[in-house]
Write a protein that binds this ligand. Structure first.
Ligand SMILES: Nc1ncnc2c1ncn2[C@@H]1O[C@H](COP(=O)(O)OP(=O)(O)OP(=O)(O)O)[C@@H](O)[C@H]1O
Ligand SMILES: [Mg+2]
Length: 254
């Protein structure tokens, strides 16, 4: 699949917790950068897991400042491995409260992108929180694509229905151009029967593409955040590093 935008903005979403959103944001960013693309990664989760995973715990500004005070990206962007990072921390939780009932509350991130020059980037990757919150809706309103990391378990199917409902609502009301890039199977074990059954069920019942590449379960990817690194930097020959590189190629090649 070839994503066509000049600057392609991708939200990594799944309102279910612990489905590999942050891990995918970190390692897809690192893999796209390794392929020569210029990447900006945005932590849009007050948990700040993405920032922490890349070794950033304390910073002066975060995405919160851009959203609420118009702080420009050049005062916020951090250099992380081979890509740029806009961090977040718990302060971002205030965003929801600050903006209840204000006009344009769904368009804040889109406006931030318009005011800052992001055209130098080939990809902007947004790590979303595990909820359909105002933050997530801002991400979807500002994006070209959504990408859904998912474990192939029975309970994931319910989650998928919810994501697709949200997607439809956003297309109708906020961002008619939003497209679904696809489902990325993560923590994938192709020997398990249930995995195969769920894959078939999705193919037959949902109009959503599943990427050919999948990300294997790998202990190296669990260790990498303690070193503040992507798995591609921490263990370049590990299964998951190879899987994310292969997936980045699938996403960008014809
Ligand atoms: N391929 C993998 N193999 C093994 N463990 C993995 C893999 N991908 C992710 N994990 C582990 O699964 C857990 C959840 O991953 P992650 O934090 O990326 O999910 P998340 O969707 O961002 O969570 P949240 O919903 O809280 O934001 C983490 O402990 C992570 O290390
Ligand atoms: Mg996360």
């Amino acid at each position: 699949m070839k994503l066509k935008m000049k600057t392609c903005i991708i939200s990594i979403i799944n309102q279910k917790g612990g489905t590999g959103k942050t891990t995918t944001s970190v390692n897809l960013s690192s893999a796209l950068a390794a392929l020569g693309h210029k990447v900006l990664t945005i932590d849009l989760d007050p948990q700040g897991n993405l920032s922490y995973s890349l070794g950033f715990e304390e910073f002066e500004n975060s995405i919160y400042n851009a959203l609420t005070e118009e702080t420009s990206f050049d005062k916020i962007v951090l250099k992380s491995e081979n890509f740029d990072l806009i961090p977040a921390d718990l302060k971002l939780a205030d965003f929801e409260l600050d903006l209840v009932n204000t006009d344009n509350r769904y368009f804040k991130l889109k406006t931030v992108f318009e005011k800052n020059n992001i055209s130098n980037y080939d990809f902007v990757i947004i790590d979303c929180p595990p909820s359909i919150s105002l933050l997530t809706l801002n991400a979807l309103t500002a994006s070209n694509y959504i990408l859904i990391p998912m474990q192939f378990e029975v309970l994931s199917l319910q989650g998928l229905k919810m994501i697709l409902k949200t997607y439809q609502n956003v297309v109708e009301k906020l961002n008619p151009d939003l497209q679904i890039a696809g489902i990325l199977p993560v923590m994938y074990d192709k020997r398990r029967n249930v995995t195969k059954e769920i894959k078939e069920h999705i193919e037959q019942n949902f109009q959503v593409p599943i990427f050919k590449n999948f990300i294997r379960t790998d202990v190296k990817i669990i260790e990498a955040p303690s070193f503040g690194k992507s798995v591609i930097a921490y263990a370049p020959n590990s299964p998951s590093a190879n899987d994310y590189l292969a997936f980045a190629k699938e996403l960008t090649e014809e």
